[in-house]
Design a protein around this ligand. Structure first.
Ligand code: 5GP
Length: 139
């Protein structure tokens, strides 16, 4: 497995070098909207400290991230009046990973509604409005 590369896009988001729709942060984790959402409210939970994925993460990084995944699961379900939530997490190229900073996808789900195909950029005004709904649900 390759070493962590601090030029990955999520490391740049953490350093504030590129913008993101921030939803939540605590000492150890940061949450923002996925820019190509597969469901309304699709967000990403990442540790603030470097690790490539589940395979090199420390128990401390994993426990902090999964606690925030639970917080965000409640928030996105409330914000979008969802009946369920899907959590996705990919490791290495063969596992479907594209960005090499550990992240968990949090996707609110409605009965009978499939996830949208990956790779379609969101309308930024819509993404901003969805982020606001989630922040309100967290308050
Ligand atoms: P994965 O590595 O889990 O396969 O996918 C990476 C995820 O990051 C994708 O869902 C993609 O839409 C999202 N993503 C890629 N680049 C950016 C970006 O610049 N900003 C944000 N907010 N999300 C991104």
């Amino acid at each position: 497995m390759s070493a962590y590369d601090d030029q990955n896009i999520f490391a740049k988001i953490l350093r504030g070098e590129i913008p993101s729709f921030k939803l939540y942060e605590d000492d150890d984790t940061y949450v923002f909207m996925d820019i190509m959402p597969r469901a309304d409210g699709h967000c990403l939970v990442i540790p603030k400290t470097p690790c490539r994925n589940l395979l090199d993460a420390s128990p401390e990084q994993l426990s902090a991230v999964i606690r925030t995944v639970q917080v965000m699961s409640h928030a996105v379900m409330k914000a979008f009046d969802a009946q369920g939530v899907t959590i996705q997490q990919f490791n290495e190229d063969a596992g479907g990973q594209e960005v090499y900073h550990l992240h968990f996808h949090v996707l609110p789900r409605h009965a009978g509604v499939s996830l949208r195909p990956p790779g379609k950029m969101a309308d930024m005004d819509v993404l901003a409005a969805h982020a606001e709904k989630i922040r309100a649900a967290l308050a």
